[in-house]
Unconditional design. Structure first.
Length: 405
C-alpha cells in the first residue's frame, strides 16, 4: 500500500464542509462519506427486498472514487462544479483529467486506476452508465443528496432561515426524482429508519482519542469509513481474486464495526483492558444494548446481516447453510470458502485496518506538533503490536505499519 495514497485519503478528515455557515460541530468530508454509505446501505436493502438488483461492489468503489475526487477538488464548491459540467463541458472534462493525473502516481494498481477512470468518465457524461447499474446509481445518488440535506437540517438549528432558504429549496428540488425509493420516503417522513439514522449520526459527534488534543480530530463515523476504505484497498492486495460478496462484506463489516458505540460511546482501549475479563464483559454489554436499542430500529431486510457484521467483527468467518456463523482460518477463506454462497468475511483484515487507522490518527497528529503521552504510547503500541515478519490475512502487518510512519 502506497504511503502517499493513504496520507492523501486521510486528508478527508481535514476537509471542512459548510465553512461559510455557522456550524454547531465540525462537518468534515470523511464523516459525510460515512453517513452517505450508511444511507446507501439502508436504501439499497429496501430496493433489494423489492427484487431490484443492487451492485454493492460498484457502490463501494464509487464511495472511494468520490472521496478521492473531493479531496483533489476541495476548494471548488459543488454548485460551481455543477455549473462547469452544465455550461463549460470542455473545461469540466479537463478538470476531471487533472483529477485523474493527481492520482496516477499514487495508485499503483492498474485495475483500480482503470475503475477510477471509468467512474470519473461516467460522472462527467463521457461514458454511458450501463443499464444494469442504473438502480445502483439511483440509490447511491439519493443517499448522497439526502446525507447533504441531513447536514443542512443540523445546521438549521444555529443559522438564520435566510441563510439556508435557497440552499434548502434547491436541495429538496434535487431530491424529487428519488422519491420513488421506499426507504427514502420513510426517512423523509421520519419513521423508524430515521430513528436508526439518528443513532448512527451520534457517531459523528463522538471524538476518538477523547482524552487528548489531536490534529485533525476524527470522529467514530469518519474512522469507520476510513477503516472501510483501507479494508477495500488491503483486500485487493491480500487476495485480488476475492469473491464479490467477500469484498462487499469486508467493506460493510468495517463500516459498521463500531456501530455499538452509537449507544455505548467510545470506550478507549486502555480502559477496556484494565482487567483480563473486562474486554469480554464490555462486548457482552455492547451486544445486549445493541439488541435492545438498535435492533428494533432496523428493517428485516438487513437486521440479520448487520448483526453478522458486528457480533464477532474481528474474526474470519462464514455463514453456514443453516444460518450459523462459523469461524475459519484465512487459508480456508481462500481455498474453501471464497465464494458468495458462504458469505465470507475477513474480520482479521478489518482489525488490521482498525489498528492502521489508530496508528495514522496518532502519528499524523504528532507530526503536526500536537502530541501527548496518550498519542505517543498509542503510536508505539500499534507499531509493536504485530511481530516482525508475522503474516496475517496475507499482509506483513509490521512491515506495512512501519512503512506508513
Amino acid at each position: 500500500m502506497d504511503k502517499n495514497l493513504v496520507l492523501r485519503i486521510f486528508e478527508g478528515f481535514s476537509i471542512q464542509r459548510w465553512n461559510d455557515l455557522i456550524r454547531p460541530f465540525d462537518l468534515v468530508e470523511m464523516d459525510k462519506a460515512g453517513e452517505k454509505m450508511v444511507l446507501a446501505y439502508i436504501i439499497g436493502k429496501y430496493e433489494e427486498k423489492k427484487g431490484k438488483k443492487i451492485d454493492w461492489c460498484w457502490m463501494i468503489y464509487a464511495a472511494l472514487f468520490d472521496l478521492l475526487k473531493k479531496i483533489a477538488l476541495c476548494d471548488i464548491k459543488a454548485p460551481v462544479q455543477q455549473i462547469l459540467k452544465r455550461e463549460y463541458s470542455k473545461e469540466y472534462l479537463r478538470l476531471n483529467e487533472w483529477v485523474l493525473n493527481q492520482y496516477r502516481q499514487l495508485i499503483k494498481d492498474d485495475d483500480l486506476f482503470s475503475r477510477f477512470t471509468i467512474y470519473i468518465g461516467q460522472k462527467a457524461g463521457s461514458f454511458a452508465i450501463p443499464e444494469h447499474l442504473k438502480t445502483s446509481v439511483h440509490v447511491y445518488t439519493a443517499a448522497h443528496k439526502y446525507s447533504t440535506i441531513r447536514e443542512m437540517e443540523m445546521l438549521s438549528v444555529v443559522n438564520e432561515k435566510e441563510r439556508l432558504a435557497k440552499i434548502d429549496s434547491d436541495l429538496r428540488a434535487e431530491l424529487q426524482p428519488f422519491l420513488d425509493l421506499e426507504a427514502l420516503q420513510k426517512l423523509i417522513t421520519r419513521q423508524k429508519e430515521f430513528d436508526f439514522l439518528l443513532k448512527i449520526e451520534q457517531l459523528r459527534f463522538q471524538t476518538r482519542w477523547n482524552q487528548t488534543p489531536r490534529v485533525p480530530q476524527t470522529t467514530v463515523l469518519g474512522h469507520c469509513f476510513f477503516v472501510a476504505i483501507m479494508t477495500l484497498l488491503l483486500s485487493r492486495e491480500s487476495n485480488p481474486k476475492m469473491s464479490t460478496r467477500r469484498v462487499v462484506n469486508n467493506f460493510f463489516s468495517a463500516l459498521f464495526h463500531d456501530l455499538p458505540e452509537a449507544v455505548t460511546r467510545d470506550i478507549i482501549s486502555p480502559v477496556k483492558q484494565a482487567t483480563d475479563a473486562l474486554p469480554n464483559i464490555v462486548k457482552k454489554i455492547e451486544d445486549e444494548i445493541v439488541n435492545k436499542e438498535l435492533v428494533p430500529l432496523m428493517d428485516e431486510s438487513y437486521v440479520d446481516e448487520v448483526i453478522y457484521y458486528t457480533s464477532d467483527e474481528f474474526s474470519d468467518r462464514i455463514m453456514t447453510k443453516d444460518g450459523k456463523i462459523q469461524n475459519v482460518s484465512y487459508e480456508e477463506l481462500n481455498e474453501k470458502y471464497n465464494s458468495d454462497e458462504f458469505n465470507p468475511v475477513d474480520g482479521k483484515l478489518v482489525r488490521i485496518c482498525d489498528h492502521l487507522s489508530a496508528l495514522m490518527e496518532a502519528d499524523i497528529s504528532i507530526k503536526h506538533g500536537i502530541t501527548s503521552t496518550h498519542l505517543s504510547s498509542g503510536r508505539e503500541g500499534m507499531l509493536a503490536h504485530y511481530k516482525q515478519g508475522q503474516i496475517i490475512s496475507g499482509i506483513n502487518v509490521n512491515e506495512l505499519f512501519h512503512s506508513l510512519v
